[in-house]
Design a protein around this ligand. Structure first.
Ligand SMILES: C[S@@+](CC[C@H](N)C(=O)[O-])C[C@H]1O[C@@H](n2cnc3c(N)ncnc32)[C@H](O)[C@@H]1O
Length: 245
């Protein structure tokens, strides 16, 4: 998986920047914490600017895209090169589905965190949304296989609090569900490049062409008219907090 991001990570920061509304949810989850270790940190999205942060990231390509001076360790979640309880909080944002051993990685997060582990993840029991339901059911199946269930997370971390994170209709972080109300975006190869699961699929282009035809004919808008009035939608993204003390 580390190799996946060394292969697809270039250009990540162009389409994957922190959405301020989601950032506010994550920052609120860190209330009372004075230091953070951000695991699977990527280019640094969602790291609080007002707290000391140590970033942990295995991919050189992703580390190269960091723009700040945050201390960055090249390492994997499953073996954090940090001492027990060295930070108030550990965050892991849209990364645990990439870990080779999520249970071990989460145990490492709980070892390093004094007070809190905060995750942004996707609930694999979710039905996803029109893109995966209508065009890429194989993508939905792949994601369901790699995203840990909330039960598995709880088994690793102890009692967790789970909150829905609805995706704003103009979300600026280009993860898979970000463009649910802007379907034309999925036609753009550069946008899809920021969504790792597409790199695992075959026959993407014919299905993108089918979407292009649906959009051109008005069929998409007729079918999904109800979505166009929505400002945010629950697509299964979840804020998970384990309070350790
Ligand atoms: C979708 S990106 C998310 C990056 C960042 N947290 C963000 O929100 O933009 C997933 C990140 O997980 C990293 N990753 C993959 N395997 C990992 C592992 N075993 N331990 C820690 N991070 C890993 C990837 O290199 C990549 O940077």
């Amino acid at each position: 998986m580390t190799r996946l991001y060394d292969r697809i990570g270039h250009g990540y920061a162009a389409h994957r920047v922190a959405d301020p509304r989601i950032a506010a949810r994550l920052r609120a989850a860190l209330a009372g914490c004075a230091s953070v270790v951000n695991v699977g940190a990527g280019a640094g999205s969602y790291e609080p600017s007002d707290l000391p942060v140590v970033a942990v990231e295995p991919s050189e390509s992703m580390i190269a895209q960091r723009v700040d001076r945050t201390r960055t360790l090249r390492a994997v979640a499953e073996s954090l090169p940090l001492r027990d309880g060295c930070a108030d909080a550990v965050t892991a944002i849209l990364t645990i589905h990439h870990w080779t051993d999520a249970r071990r990685g989460l145990a490492e997060c709980a070892r390093v965190a004094r007070r809190r582990v905060v995750l942004l993840t996707w609930d694999p029991r979710s039905d996803g949304f029109w893109l995966v339901q209508d065009h890429f059911p194989d993508l939905l199946a792949l994601d369901r296989a790699i995203f840990p269930t909330l039960d598995a997370i709880e088994a690793a971390l102890g009692r967790i609090e789970v909150e829905s994170v609805p995706v704003p209709s103009d979300c600026v972080d280009g993860f898979l569900g970000a463009y649910w109300r802007r379907p034309e975006a999925y036609l753009d190869e550069r946008v899809r490049h920021g969504m790792s699961t597409f790199a695992r699929l075959v026959d993407v282009e014919p299905r993108i062409e089918a979407l292009r035809r649906e959009l051109a004919s008005g069929a998409w808008h007729a079918r999904h008219a109800g979505l166009l009035a929505r400002d945010a939608l629950d697509l299964g993204y979840r804020l998970v907090t384990a309070k350790l003390t």
